[in-house]
Design a protein around this ligand. Structure first.
Ligand SMILES: Cc1cc2nc3c(=O)[nH]c(=O)nc-3n(C[C@H](O)[C@H](O)[C@H](O)COP(=O)(O)O)c2cc1C
Length: 312
């Protein structure tokens, strides 16, 4: 007998964080949410990750910063933002009113900056959790924590002890073994591991013999990277028990279900917000029926249920 779509429990635990549903929107692709309010009922979302904030304001990289590619886009924004103080003064008060969990994304140049921002933001009203962006390919510094298991462990541990807020560690696919880095995040006490950030790539104008991006190299996102992201979620799910948040080319309900089956407890929609801002709402509408179709009564019934063999 198929479970009734109306009886499905959509809530998901991510360590100490409980989300009303598993459909979130990814950092850097949803502005500070105000911009998206005309298109999406923000209160319905499982969570919003505003653009990554840094300790000091950053101008970001030289233009061009985005290029469309087949089935995706390249970006090299370079963490353009006004700094954490301006974020707390200008964006957090609005974010705290939208009615869904706000997971603040931070990037420090070193451990001390991460810890300082985690401590400060963890105390702010309206902050449900903190995501450590240790995976931005377009800046030097913070990404080093995402390419090495022991520095990842030490950073997560330091941030955990600086704040009672739940901590998510967002990993880069631009490493030899993402599972090894994930083990570091788990050992450091991350409540959840988000994966993946963008995949390093570039675009060239051959007539001018110039790179298209001002920063030469950027990060590829969108449907083009979904198979890479699925592979990363699958590999990390085999290596750790920490809940995972899948990111990478997710645009449809089928994409969401694939990531849950691969081992993600929740997902973040990113690039799709640029070309279909209502995608998260559409996916949410379809989620109860998709879960019911496979006889699930809650999201956890599907998470990590991939069967490798025997085939049926
Ligand atoms: C224009 C742009 C800006 C981004 N900025 C950030 C950012 O500030 N912090 C972050 O953690 N990820 C950032 N990302 C990465 C996304 O959050 C996401 O991890 C990645 O794009 C893969 O998901 P997608 O294929 O659904 O876009 C950005 C992505 C894009 C396309």
């Amino acid at each position: 007998m198929t479970a009734a779509a109306t009886d499905i429990d959509l809530s998901v635990p991510l360590g100490r964080l409980r989300l009303p549903n598993p459909v979130l929107v990814a950092s850097g692709t949803f502005g500070y949410a105000r911009e998206m309010a005309p298109f999406v009922d923000l209160a319905r979302l499982g969570g919003i990750l505003p653009k990554t904030v840094t300790r000091q304001p950053r101008q970001g990289n030289a233009p061009w910063r985005t290029i469309e590619t087949p089935a995706g886009m390249l970006n090299s924004i370079g963490l353009d933002n006004d700094g954490v103080d301006a974020f707390a003064a200008n964006h957090l008060p609005y974010l705290a009113t939208v009615g869904c969990p706000i997971i603040v994304s931070i990037a420090g140049r070193d451990e001390a900056e991460f810890v300082e921002m985690a401590a400060m933001l963890g105390e702010q009203p309206g902050v449900a959790a903190i995501e450590l962006n240790i995976s931005c390919p377009n800046v030097s510094g913070g990404i080093d924590f995402g390419t090495n298991a022991s520095s990842c462990e030490s950073l997560v541990k330091a941030c955990r002890s600086a704040t009672p807020a739940p901590i998510l560690a967002k990993l880069t696919p631009n490493v030899t073994s993402i599972a090894e880095v994930a083990k570091g995040a788990e050992a450091g006490g991350a409540d959840a591991i988000s994966l993946i950030n963008t995949v390093q790539g570039m675009a060239i104008d051959w007539r001018r013999r110039r790179p298209m991006l001002g920063n030469v190299i950027g990060g590829l996102s969108g449907p083009a990277i979904k198979p890479i992201a699925l592979r990363c979620v699958y590999q990390v799910a085999q290596a750790v028990k920490t809940p995972l948040v899948g990111i990478g080319g997710i645009a449809t309900i089928d994409d969401v279900m694939e990531f849950l089956v691969a081992g993600a407890s929740a997902v973040q929609l990113g690039t799709v917000n640029f070309y279909n801002p209502t995608a998260a709402a559409t996916v949410l509408d379809a989620l109860p029926k998709a879960l019911a179709d496979v006889d699930a009564t809650c999201v956890a019934d599907v998470v990590g249920t991939l069967q490798i063999s025997p085939r049926d």
